[in-house]
Design a protein. Structure first.
Length: 82
């Protein structure tokens, strides 16, 4: 089995209120030196085998279901293969 990871993040020009809330809470909890936080999503997809066709299907799923390409960027990567 192999794991393909899709990371989805807001585009840089899009406001990220959740990230701002976390960034505001960190100093109150004693964490210093962090200047910005962006919050996103991570999807882990288990596949029997990584092939070009499988990766193409995952790219299509990332663009049509896992992300909103108007306001989010995504990356697809193979994490490990057994």
């Amino acid at each position: 089995m192999a794991r393909v990871v899709v990371d989805v993040m807001p585009k840089p020009e899009i406001l990220d209120p959740q990230g701002k809330a976390v960034a505001g809470a960190l100093p109150r909890l004693g964490f210093t030196g962090i200047t910005e936080v962006r919050q996103g999503k991570r999807f882990e997809l288990e596949v029997a085998e990584v092939t070009d066709a499988v990766l193409a299907d995952i790219e299509k799923a990332a663009e049509t279901l896992l992300s909103n390409p108007v306001i989010e960027n995504y990356t697809v990567r193979v994490e490990d293969q057994a």
